[in-house]
Design a protein around this ligand. Sequence first.
Ligand code: UDP
Length: 323
Amino acid sequence: MGKKVLISGGAGFIGSHMVDRLLRRNDLETLVVVDNFWTGLATNLAHIRDPRLNLVTSNIEDFATGDKFDEIIHLASPASPPWYMREPIRTIRANLVGALNLVEMLVPGGRMSFASTSEVYGDPLVTPQPESYRGFVDCTGPRSSYDESKRCTEALLFECQRTRGIEIRVVRLFNVYGPRTRPDDGRAVSNFLSQALTHGELTLYGEGDQTRSWGYVDDIVDALERFFWLDSGITYGGPLNVGNDREISVAEVANYIVSLVPGARIKMCPPIPQDPTNRRPDLTICRQVLPGWQANITYEEGVKRTLDWFRDQIQHGAETDAP
Ligand code: UDP
């Protein structure tokens, strides 16, 4: 039987790729996308002509419906530090109050899937980070609206699983990048690409020796579809690290982009307070839960693909506001 699914944040970067994936499925009956277009963009879904898609413009915490869903995929949240730091209370509301609202909309035995983050590990003291690592997080620091609302939403879902018997799927994503990131998103790869293609100055914060593990969106969404989809046969609910476990410094990313775009250059900028020094997923559980899955797109290839996409956007007049 076809599934009734809701995706919050479905017009966003990861959400819109997820929508494309789910609409390829024959076992999907309806897909309600709820998005307030805070960081999402209508253009991300403009290509879709599928009558199963119902796009609702609403804050996720305010969304109301008489319908119930077999699965709810909660992706609504900014993920870029400058965006969530500008509106921290709104960020907490989207993640946590959004989840509190959504858990009431499941059919009995329904499933709630949630995109949590590697930020739950804070500035980690162990590397790579397994899911069992409890993190080194400052609950009143500059990143706390994001880190802590993701952590608390994880807590909410695990408690709902324990006390209400709902099924859950919780992933922790590591630095996802790729086409459909906003040009003014502000995260490293997209910011460097926008800057390289406009004014040419890539803002490198600090020494650039801080590391991340960069995951290309197609690989990540492939894992999400396998893990989230109702009939997958998977019994593990999470938390599940999903990412590419090749760890690369921010300076290396900036230098690589400089090598691809003539005229681009690096501008050294002061470090960001409490910028995590390192991040790398331990994928042991991921390999067990999603056998055969791995991040296939190398970072070099992913950055080139994203560069092509940004170039195309800029040529077609997308608004760029590269800081
Ligand atoms: N970063 C940078 N210049 C930028 C944007 C980001 O040097 O214009 C650095 C940032 O300080 C961090 C890393 O790149 O060390 C990843 O930042 P991003 O915002 O992409 O993700 P997060 O910090 O949430 O992992």
